[in-house]
Ligand binder design. Structure first.
Ligand SMILES: Cc1cc2nc3c(=O)[nH]c(=O)nc-3n(C[C@H](O)[C@H](O)[C@H](O)COP(=O)(O)O)c2cc1C
Length: 441
């Protein structure tokens, strides 16, 4: 049950129910993609070998998106390096932590997602310079450019520049190891995360890549590591289903390179710790069109001869989604925060029960609060299995209730205090804010 939805025109949603055939032959049953959201509730220990195993809460959470009607379900980042995590509590798949128990847990996880016909896609990444200081004070990056958190809260070490030998003999093989493990445990595909400021995007962006060798300079060189990861995996797994998450910077040229290499689909999104892009650009035209990156996607689309295009960021109404598909600016619709608020939104849209996402009562463009709120909703979503609650939204705090949104913002103060104190003590911050909802408090 959703208390209040964003006011929206009632438009026919049929086009969003059309399937999408990918170059590899696989079919997404509709246009909806549940976008990556870091969960931070996998196992966390001091020792790299026992980190990152799925918990029951993760398995229960993901069943809801499968049952909720998403054609594609993408995980939050799965780190394929033992120390370069994005946060304590990330999923980890490395040769150090893998064992038969980890395989069984991944099989259980993918079985839940796929039970209603969704494609299950694992996002693979490494934190690089965006690894919290408390987890790895000396991470690697493209160059030694240190990350300064725009909010002034998080702390990151000065990174070391990867040598060519390290790229070829350690970094690339680790992506390959993870992809093989994920294929064996039931994932339909992997998404190479190259947006939001993580290691691969540190190579793509000229702000963080100051190299003068074959991995630096023109965009073709800055993209080299992504294509090497792709080709190395392709060699081991010939017919794998592929997605790449692209940053808007240099997007047009990189999209052409990805299409030529053979990626099945490309997802456009943006934003990083230095420049939070998950909000409406100030331009009125962008605001009217709802999604943040449609201007980029319109330029990218003609470059894609066979890769399928998804756009994520800002979609909230059926009208916005239908217009974007009908205009040709995108083929698929990625949803992150709306999917945390309502995991069965696709089913409700396709059955004409809903024409928009829940109208959360946080101040407009208050992206930090809305990100944290989504993260808290994920935690609640995993509280019970689908068999226990039947309704995928059953456990969720509903921030379209004004009192719920107000209590959340109030309670956030104490959580932040604790968070900052931990960062200052160089302690890893595990998990999300386990908010106690107003309606049940
Ligand atoms: C709680 C949260 C966690 C996120 N974690 C990731 C992540 O692990 N990997 C990633 O590529 N993007 C991540 N994102 C970005 C989203 O995938 C998406 O691009 C962004 O939220 C904009 O889409 P939206 O307007 O539908 O929320 C995250 C977003 C949220 C809200």
């Amino acid at each position: 049950m959703v208390f209040e939805r964003i006011p929206a025109e009632k438009v026919d949603s049929t086009v969003l129910g059309d399937s999408l055939k990918l170059p590899c032959g696989r079919v997404a049953k509709n246009r909806f993609l549940k976008s990556a959201m870091t969960e931070k509730i996998f196992t966390w220990t001091d020792h790299p070998n026992t980190r990152g195993h799925p918990t029951q809460r993760i398995i229960s959470m993901y069943e809801k998106w499968g049952a909720g009607g998403f054609g594609v379900v993408v995980t939050g980042n799965i780190v394929c390096h033992p120390t370069m995590l994005e946060a304590a509590g990330n999923a980890v798949v490395t040769k150090e932590n893998a064992n038969s128990r980890l395989m069984d847990l991944h099989r259980k996880w993918t079985t839940g997602i796929k039970a209603y016909g969704s494609l299950a896609v694992a996002q693979i990444t490494m934190g690089g310079r965006q690894t919290p200081y408390a987890i790895d004070p000396e991470p690697y990056s493209a160059s030694d450019v240190q990350l300064i958190d725009a909010m002034g809260i998080n702390k990151f070490g000065k990174p070391k520049s990867l040598t060519v030998e390290q790229i070829k003999n350690d970094i690339v093989p680790r992506f390959v190891y993870a992809a093989k493990f994920l294929k064996e445990t039931g994932w339909d595909g992997v998404q190479i995360a190259a947006a939001h400021g993580y290691l691969l995007s540190q190579f793509i962006s000229p702000t963080t890549n100051k190299r003068t060798d074959q991995y630096g300079g023109p965009i073709e060189n800055r993209m080299r590591i992504v294509l090497e990861v792709y080709e190395a995996i392709r060699k081991e797994i010939p017919k794998v289903y592929w997605i790449h998450r692209l940053k808007t910077e240099d997007a047009v040229t990189s999209a052409a390179l990805l299409d030529k290499a053979g990626f099945d689909f490309v997802e456009v999104s943006g934003g990083s710790m230095e420049d939070w892009g998950f909000k409406h650009r100030e331009k009125e035209s962008t605001r009217r069109r709802e999604a943040y990156f449609l201007e980029f996607s319109e330029k990218i689309r003609p470059m894609l001869k066979s890769s399928v295009l998804y756009v994520t960021g800002g979609f909230r109404t059926v009208k916005g989604m239908v217009d974007a598909v009908n205009s040709g600016a995108t083929q698929g619709i990625g949803l992150a925060r709306p999917s945390a608020a309502e995991p069965d939104l696709p089913n409700k849209i396709l059955s004409h029960e809903a024409y928009s996402a829940p109208d959360s009562k946080f101040p407009q463009n208050e992206h930090v609060v809305s990100l944290l709120a989504a993260s808290s909703q994920l935690w609640h979503m995993g509280s019970h299995s689908l068999a226990q609650v039947h309704d995928p939204t059953a456990d969720l705090p509903d921030f379209s209730v004004p009192e719920e949104a107000a209590k959340y913002q109030k309670d956030l103060g104490a959580y932040f205090g604790d968070y900052i104190a931990k960062v200052q003590r160089d302690e890893p911050v595990y998990g999300t804010f386990n908010y106690v909802p107003y309606l049940t408090a």
